[in-house]
Design a protein around this ligand. Structure first.
Ligand code: HEC
Length: 119
């Protein structure tokens, strides 16, 4: 009687432990993508800075200080992320359409995220 009871308690404990381990396993697999998505779309400003240096700085100057193209710093005061990606994808006549020939979807997202960081 008593033994049966403690056995039942033990197996309940074991099943709770394995449930806990299972939950932990799920968290380990699910958490990293959630953390990486800190920006709304998971884009990466540091990578965007490289995209900018390689594709945009010739016209817009280092760190968006301006040149042949308009000064882009601080574009966040005027335009949000989405309007900026729209401009990059479908620029007006004076700016070359670099997407999709030279820039991937991710390049566009990352460079727009970078532009939002310019002060
Ligand atoms: C060949 C030169 C050139 C290159 C390269 C270029 N741009 Fe431009 N860009 C321009 C010009 C010129 C304008 C202004 C267009 C207009 O007013 O009609 C402009 C406008 C813009 C605007 C709108 C600015 C505002 O104040 O609304 C953004 C944003 C922009 N460019 C981002 C970029 C990004 C990001 C890249 C690189 C992926 C890039 N441009 C590459 C010449 C360039």
């Amino acid at each position: 009687m008593y033994r049966g009871g403690s056995g039942a308690i033990r197996s309940e404990l074991v099943s709770e432990l394995s449930w806990g381990a299972c939950l932990l396993g799920v968290l380990i697999f699910v958490a990293p993508p959630l953390l990486a998505a800190e920006t709304p779309d998971g884009s990466d400003a540091a990578r965007g800075q490289q995209v900018f240096a390689q594709n945009c700085a010739t016209c817009h100057g280092n760190e968006g200080s301006g040149g042949f193209g308009p000064k882009l710093a601080p574009i966040s005061a005027r335009k949000d992320h989405r309007p900026v990606t729209d401009i990059i994808k479908e620029p007006s006549a004076n700016m070359p359409p670099l997407f999709p020939a030279s820039l991937s979807e991710r390049d566009v997202e990352d460079v727009a995220t970078y532009l939002q960081t310019l002060k």
